[in-house]
Design a protein around this ligand. Structure first.
Ligand code: PNS
Length: 157
């Protein structure tokens, strides 16, 4: 039985993240979506809000759990007895930083694998920060994030 953790800031969750979550849930027996507690990054949504939104938009997927963590990801993965870290790759530009993190995590624990899942091409340009900027400046972000996210972002403005 193989289990995976899909970590991230998810500030906010995008349709690109959702696509990775859905596809991972088809590959693994169980997937934990782990939201990092990163108050220094001054997120748009606090930890509880991000967790609640993800729960709402993934309620139809049965083999996932939404959780949060602080500190080192690798410690969280071990504590939860998980085997694999899943990361989404959008473009070559993601690769270098992701490669560094994967190797650092392997140095910290050689038994935990990082697996990369390629994004769906329709989401290859999508990021939470770009979505926030476009929305703040009045651009349309429909089809890039779930409708509930647009609603919550609009309430924040
Ligand atoms: O969605 P993001 O912001 O790209 O996610 C980055 C995340 C949360 C996966 C990364 O920042 C992380 O693993 N943070 C936890 C702290 C940690 O373990 N740092 C060392 C990484 S090698």
């Amino acid at each position: 039985m193989k289990n995976a953790v899909y970590p991230g800031s998810f500030d906010p969750i995008t349709n690109g993240h959702l696509d990775i979550i859905r596809r991972s849930a088809q590959v693994f027996d169980k997937v934990i979506v782990a939201v990092v507690d990163n108050p220094n990054k001054n997120p748009m949504f606090n930890l509880e809000e991000r967790v609640a939104i993800i729960k709402q938009v993934t309620k139809d997927i049965s083999n996932i759990e939404i959780d949060s963590f602080s500190g080192l990801l690798i410690n969280y993965v071990k504590e939860k007895n998980m085997d694999v870290i899943i990361k989404g790759l959008r473009a070559v530009s993601d690769f270098e930083y992701e490669f560094q993190m994967a190797l650092m995590n392997r140095k910290l624990d050689k038994d935990i694998e990082t697996l990369f899942m390629m994004t769906n091409s329709q989401y290859s340009y999508l990021s939470s920060s770009l979505v926030k900027e476009v929305h703040r400046l009045g651009g349309c972000i429909k089809e890039l994030v779930p409708d509930i996210v647009i609603e919550k972002m609009t309430n924040k403005l």
